[in-house]
Design a protein around this ligand. Structure first.
Ligand SMILES: NC(=O)c1ccc[n+]([C@@H]2O[C@H](COP(=O)([O-])OP(=O)(O)OC[C@H]3O[C@@H](n4cnc5c(N)ncnc54)[C@H](OP(=O)(O)O)[C@@H]3O)[C@@H](O)[C@H]2O)c1
Length: 238
């Protein structure tokens, strides 16, 4: 296939959908993934769409099998899908399952998919782009698992970059602040439009770290005042 292939997880809405649209309009062959197909009106953004539940091992295995059979190489792999659950660790009946679900979808699924697709990514110069979060820097009162899963993802991405250093695979971490999406339905007024961020990510994908507009001041401050940033993050409940 002459076209470059871009595979995006969590492509049915929000930032993933905007990224899919951006890569498609820039000439890429776009493969989307989520548990539910996007609306018919936006399906023409995608050249291929795979239904896959990233919380299920067997569903990930089927997805990997499908991709390996259908394509020879991947140019860009974007780990964008994520869940954010809201709960208290004191609610023991709930919290273990919800926290596990966040770690599986937000952290272990990207690890598993990356490992399986490495041979395809090695076919030519390629990129792995992982969407982390400013919330890797500190706690959010209602979402302990989300914050810690994003910290794990960020740390893993840094290790991946070191280990893939001698290959032609570039590893990019994207750090968003608040985005206007379904995930942060309470924050729609304060967040940044996902289309603006998709454009920004596309223009900056040659960097190792892409700190998005809306996250930059906090990221900069965290370098020398981590305690202050934790307090600020705790105040925002979105
Ligand atoms: N929104 C924010 O303020 C914010 C801030 C910082 C970082 N981020 C990060 O930005 C990325 C995009 O978030 P967003 O705000 O666009 O979220 P969103 O609107 O909630 O979209 C999440 C996407 O992930 C998919 N998804 C969720 N669970 C899945 C599963 N088990 N298997 C497969 N796909 C699954 C959803 O599709 P289905 O439900 O159809 O499966 C959807 O396409 C995430 O990594 C998020 O952590 C967001």
């Amino acid at each position: 296939m002459k076209q470059k292939i871009c595979l995006i997880t969590g492509a049915s809405r929000g930032l993933g959908l905007e990224l899919a649209s951006k890569y498609k309009s820039s000439g890429y062959f776009v493969v989307g993934l989520s548990t539910q197909k996007p609306n018919m009106e936006i399906m023409d953004i995608f050249d291929d769409y795979v239904l896959c539940d990233l919380s299920s091992d067997s569903s990930i295995d089927s997805f990997i099998c499908y991709i390996e059979k259908k394509y020879q190489s991947i140019d860009i792999l974007i780990h964008n899908a994520a869940v954010q659950n809201h709960y208290s660790i004191l609610d023991t009946a709930q919290y273990k399952n919800l926290l596990l679900n966040e770690f599986v979808v937000n952290f272990l699924a990207p690890v598993k998919i990356t490992s399986a697709l490495l041979p395809m990514l090695m076919q030519k110069p390629s990129k792995i782009i992982a969407i982390s979060s400013l919330l890797q820097l500190g706690p959010k009162k209602s979402a302990p698992g989300y914050c810690s899963s994003k910290a794990a993802l960020s740390n893993w991405v840094a290790n991946l970059r070191v280990q893939l250093n001698l290959t032609d695979i570039k590893v990019v971490e994207v750090v968003p602040g608040l985005i206007k999406t379904k995930m942060t339905k309470n924050a729609s007024e304060k967040g940044v439009e996902p289309s603006l961020l998709a454009e920004f990510i596309f223009r900056n994908m040659d960097k190792e770290m892409v700190i998005l507009p809306g996250a930059r001041l906090a990221w900069f401050l965290a370098g020398f005042a981590p305690g202050l940033i934790r307090k600020i993050l705790l105040k925002g409940e979105d």
